[in-house]
Write a protein that binds this ligand. Structure first.
Ligand SMILES: Nc1nc2c(ncn2[C@@H]2O[C@H](COP(=O)(O)OP(=O)(O)OP(=O)(O)O)[C@@H](O)[C@H]2O)c(=O)[nH]1
Ligand SMILES: [Mg+2]
Ligand SMILES: [Mg+2]
Length: 281
């Protein structure tokens, strides 16, 4: 009887991503403009949200070992998988939906750690897409594109919110003031009007966040101290015996070593980081 219906399987289309290409899954918060307003995020940058995004991304790296690195800024994170990975048969829908849903659930799961005094007002969602890049050059251009986006938006937002919050301008006036300005103009405006040297703004805001599998790093990097999130490698030991518990502990230690990721706020557009760490790509 079952076989009579099984032909419907043929309606499913293959969405296997091309072989020998670097795979990137990017998640992006749905309607985070509104989400940030409703949850009263600091402007232009909410450090607690950045921390939460990074906790969620670390959870994804822990779960999916074929991910080499992840780059995050604003309400997005990009996860890079090795070009030779066979994870989930390289199926785009599997990769995007698993990474997207794990990221989302980890974001919600860890909300109260990062926002202990702020209730989550409604369930957030993140879209996710999987894209194949055929060469190291195109992959690096992809990552450069996201970091350039971080830089441009952060410079604009820093200038915009300085004009509004400190300069007393309305949102419309601030927008008008910044219309047609170049990066150099915004730097100059920040310095002359607000005494802000943009280059001294925190790197986490200017450069975004890079999580790299620690075992792939060669250069001595200024890693940012890491924090654990709820449920990280914490097994349910229940009624386990002493032997069983120590066996579990050993497994956890091994899992932790393998999944360790290093958090960096650095330039990934220039060659320096990549040539100093040739084993990543
Ligand atoms: N105040 C504040 N807002 C933030 C922060 N991070 C992200 N946002 C908001 O999130 C938005 C993210 O941009 P987008 O992803 O392009 O826009 P979106 O509103 O999420 O819309 P879709 O992604 O198209 O669903 C920004 O425009 C900001 O409004 C933050 O740290 N502080
Ligand atoms: Mg968004
Ligand atoms: Mg976005």
């Amino acid at each position: 009887a079952k076989s009579k219906f099984e032909y419907v399987r043929k309606f499913e289309q293959s969405d296997q991503l091309l072989p020998q290409c670097w795979l990137v899954v990017r998640v992006d918060g749905r309607g985070f403009h509104k989400f940030s307003e409703r949850h009263e995020f600091a402007k232009p940058n909410e450090p607690r949200c950045i921390r939460l995004m990074t906790l969620a991304a670390r959870r994804v790296l822990m779960e999916h070992r074929s991910i080499l690195l992840a780059y995050g800024q604003s309400d997005e994170y990009s996860f890079v998988l090795h070009k030779d990975t066979n994870a989930f048969n390289r199926r785009a829908s599997k990769l995007a939906s698993l990474i997207g849903s794990l990221f989302t659930s980890a974001f919600v799961f860890n909300w109260s750690i990062c926002f202990p005094d702020r209730r989550l007002l409604y369930p957030p969602a993140f879209d996710a897409r999987a894209v194949a890049y055929p060469s190291v050059r195109t992959l690096r251009d992809y990552l450069s594109w996201r970091q350039a986006d971080c830089h441009i938006n952060n410079l604009y937002n820093t200038a915009f919110w300085s004009l509004v919050l400190r300069g007393g301008l309305s949102a419309n006036q601030a927008q008008e003031r910044l219309k047609g300005t170049l990066a150099a103009d915004k730097n100059e405006l920040l310095f002359s009007q607000f005494g802000i040297n943009y280059n001294n703004e925190p790197e986490v805001y200017r450069k975004g966040s890079l999580l790299v599998r620690a075992s792939l790093l060669d250069s001595q990097v200024d890693a940012v101290a890491e924090e654990a999130s709820v449920g990280d490698n914490v097994p349910d030991v229940g009624e386990a015996s002493v032997e069983e518990v120590s066996e579990i502990a050993a497994k956890v230690a091994k899992a932790e070593a393998e999944s360790a990721s290093t958090l960096l706020h650095i330039d990934i557009i220039k060659d320096k980081f990549w040539t100093e760490n040739p084993r990543i790509l």
